[in-house]
Write a protein that binds this ligand. Structure first.
Ligand code: MTE
Length: 334
């Protein structure tokens, strides 16, 4: 049961994990190098290492996570979705339309070399290479609910950094009103882009209004469960916007462009009457073919896996984001 909504930012690990498991995990995490305080990479050695190579022979801390200053809602019935489910039940149409396709078809996906361009209406455009994705910004762990428009949801511990940090570094001009995101377009590697699975006009594109993008909750994930993102979850870098339906959280991003006008978005182009630009989680606005009033929370399996819970406005993050939509008719701008 939702106990209290006090300025939800993200969930702490303790709030979603049984206490004993929580402490066991903290020990493991310490061994892996998440020392839970501070922020920047500790040393140049650490900075040169792959932060996710947990099989380091020296067993030295490789990097630190930086806890945010937040007051989280206490959602004490919430358990993290087991890693095995997070990485095997996916939507990534570039690798097929069935939930099991991405894990099967994406394993040979090459993420090195990678280039992520930050450009458009900015004074200081820049490009991040593969290694920069893990080193340029201090990494944080954030536990967020992910609510898919298909009415299932998960609770996932992500690793990454806030989108705002990246945008600030590019120094946006006053004409930067929206942010347009683009997934890699590579027909050789992504079979879905050859056959247009699902009817999407590739590359997959998404967008946010600039104030949405600058909200502290908007996150660029480079890892989950303490490891680099598996390809099926959007390696090497993907967006996570927890108050919006999952399709806004675009995977395997190669371009972040600040633009003057609202950019086109893939699902909206495909079926504008079903998928809006905003796509804020809203139990009061049904999808034309199903209700959004409740969701199936994917948990540990068995009977619990059929957990049906009430969907919260803005996926429970209203305290942090509802002000962005003050005065807007959310039924019209769905
Ligand atoms: N990004 C790209 N490029 N292609 C996709 O098909 N699917 C979206 C989103 N990002 C998708 C994408 C949808 S519908 C959802 S629900 C989430 O990714 C799923 O993320 P997950 O597989 O990590 O749970």
């Amino acid at each position: 049961m939702l106990i209290k909504n006090k300025g939800i930012n993200h969930l702490t690990e303790a709030q979603v994990t049984d206490e004993s498991i929580y402490h066991q995990r903290r020990d493991v995490i310490k061994k892996m190098g998440f020392i839970g305080a501070g922020g920047l990479l500790a040393s140049s050695n650490a900075a040169n290492a792959n932060p996710f190579s947990f099989f380091s022979k020296e067993e030295k801390p490789l990097f630190e996570t930086k806890p945010l200053d937040f007051k989280a809602a206490v959602l004490d019935e919430q358990k993290r979705t087991p890693e095995a489910k997070v990485i095997s039940h996916n939507n990534f149409y570039e690798f097929g339309t069935k939930k099991s396709d991405p894990v099967e078809n994406a394993q040979h996906f090459q993420v090195k070399p990678w280039q992520l361009k930050i450009h458009g209406e900015v004074n200081k455009p820049f490009t991040l290479n593969y290694d920069d994705l893990y080193k340029q910004f201090a990494l944080e762990e954030r536990i967020y609910r992910l609510r898919c428009v298909e009415a299932w949801s998960m609770v996932i511990p992500w690793l990454g950094f806030s989108l705002a940090k990246l945008i600030k570094q590019a120094d946006p001009t006053s004409d930067a009103k929206y942010v347009a995101f683009e997934t890699l377009h590579d027909k050789e590697q992504m079979p879905g882009q050859r056959s247009r699975f699902g009817g999407i006009n590739y590359p997959y594109v998404e967008g946010l209004r600039i104030d949405e993008a600058m909200n502290p909750l908007s996150f660029l994930a480079v890892g989950l469960y303490g490891k680099t993102l598996p390809p099926q979850n959007g390696a090497p870098i993907r967006l996570v916007v927890p108050w919006k339906y999952g399709f806004k959280s675009i995977k395997s991003i190669v371009s972040i462009k600040l633009v003057k006008h609202q950019p086109p978005t893939s699902w909206n182009q495909l079926a504008p009457q079903e998928y809006g630009f905003y796509a804020n989680v809203n139990p009061d606005v049904s999808h034309p073919r199903w209700s959004q009033a409740s969701e199936r929370r994917i948990t540990s399996g068995g009977l619990f896996d059929r957990n049906r819970i009430t969907t919260l406005p803005f996926n429970g993050y209203g305290k942090d984001v509802a002000h962005l939509y003050k005065g807007m008719n959310l039924k019209k701008y769905f």
